[in-house]
Ligand binder design. Structure first.
Ligand code: PBG
Length: 338
């Protein structure tokens, strides 16, 4: 034992101790001074599920997130504004479904009405994004129109996505967010908007959108699960990261103003790679399953710290913008911990 003590001491004394990393961790102030990432509410977009009438209802797979009745929408957004949240993405929860997803673009569409209502009230105090997809509106639950072989018809769907994009633009949306994974959806919508004079309406493209089980709670929330089959003939396989990177580059060429990786957490590699390659703003969608997962472990892990650590990982990977159901807790969490 004596031998051990002598040997140990000799080694410790012989180490080159000029550089001590722990100087930069001595107290909270120095830790904050050298911090390289941060979370800022300005970079967050809050998703809103909007229903036609009735009371707000909590989504059972997403505790703390509600389907907001259109009658309560102004109140909800006011509450967010008071928290410093100004960016929103809208999803309609629609019970009137048909083959062509008519209520995605009809003048009686929940999203059209919501945009109209919100923009009349809040004007440029809020930045509004509208998801452009058919899955909440088709009786098949697919993101496009299915043909007799139950295959989603790409080019027929494009026309309907275009109708939705134009309806939202007309109602005053700031950005449309095509999310149905149809080929050429960005090029087509950009050209259409430009031709109709909506050149100031931007496109946030769901570019690297993977075929993921993490969307399950969303599909309950928006009643948008496919009635048969799955989305593997249009969403990107998790086995094929190059397709995702390619799609990001192509969407930028096709005119996307913001490109997105979705989901975020299981695809941090894609966020990181995209960040190195592009100069276009990069968004990451911290999706419903990521939200639900955190909510379900909070009996065992400190939920507040878990949320922050996960959001920081998304930021560190390279996301400029984060779409997250945690946005409403963020002002409090930032104030408390960062
Ligand atoms: C519409 C759409 C989906 C999500 C956003 N837009 C569902 C899907 O593609 O199945 C998922 C968002 C989330 O899980 O939070 N296509």
């Amino acid at each position: 034992m004596n031998d051990f003590n002598i040997i140990s001491r000799d080694i410790i004394n012989s180490l080159n101790k000029t550089k001590r990393d722990r100087r930069l961790r001595k107290n909270k102030n120095i830790i904050k001074l050298v911090s390289e990432v941060n979370l800022n509410i300005n970079n967050f977009i809050y998703p809103l599920f909007i229903k036609r009438f009735g009371e707000n209802e909590e989504i059972s797979s997403m505790k703390g997130i509600f389907r907001i009745s259109i009658d309560n929408l102004l109140k909800e957004v006011n509450e967010c504004l008071n928290l410093g949240i100004r960016n929103f993405i809208l999803f309609g929860v629609e019970d009137r479904k048909d083959k062509f997803g008519k209520y995605a673009y009809d003048q009686d569409s929940i999203v059209v009405k919501s945009i109209d209502l919100l923009k009349k009230e809040f004007k440029d105090d809020i930045l509004l994004f509208a998801d452009v997809c058919l899955c909440e509106y088709t009786d098949s639950g697919h993101c496009g129109v299915v043909d007799i072989n139950n295959y989603v018809d790409n080019d027929l769907t494009l026309g309907l996505l275009g109708k939705a994009a134009v309806a939202y633009a007309q109602a005053g949306v700031d950005f449309v967010a095509p999310s149905s994974n149809m080929d050429f959806q960005v090029a087509y919508i950009r050209k259409l908007l430009d031709k109709l004079g909506y050149y100031n309406v931007g496109i946030m493209a769901y570019s690297a959108k993977f075929n993921s089980v993490f969307y399950s709670p969303f599909r309950e929330a928006a009643d948008s699960a496919p009635k048969f089959g799955d989305r593997s003939s249009y969403q990107i396989s998790p086995l094929s990261p190059k397709q995702a990177i390619n799609r990001i580059l192509k969407d930028i060429e096709e005119g996307a103003d913001i490109v997105m990786v979705k989901p975020a957490l299981a695809y941090l590699d894609i966020i990181y790679q995209a960040k190195q390659l592009i100069k276009t703003p990069l968004a990451a969608y911290n999706v419903s399953g990521e939200y639900a997962m955190i909510k379900n472990v909070s009996n065992f892990i400190d939920e507040e710290k878990l949320i922050l650590e996960i959001l920081l990982s998304i930021k560190r990977s390279g996301a400029d913008i984060i779409i997250s159901y945690f946005t409403k807790s963020l002002p409090y969490l930032i104030q408390k911990y960062l």
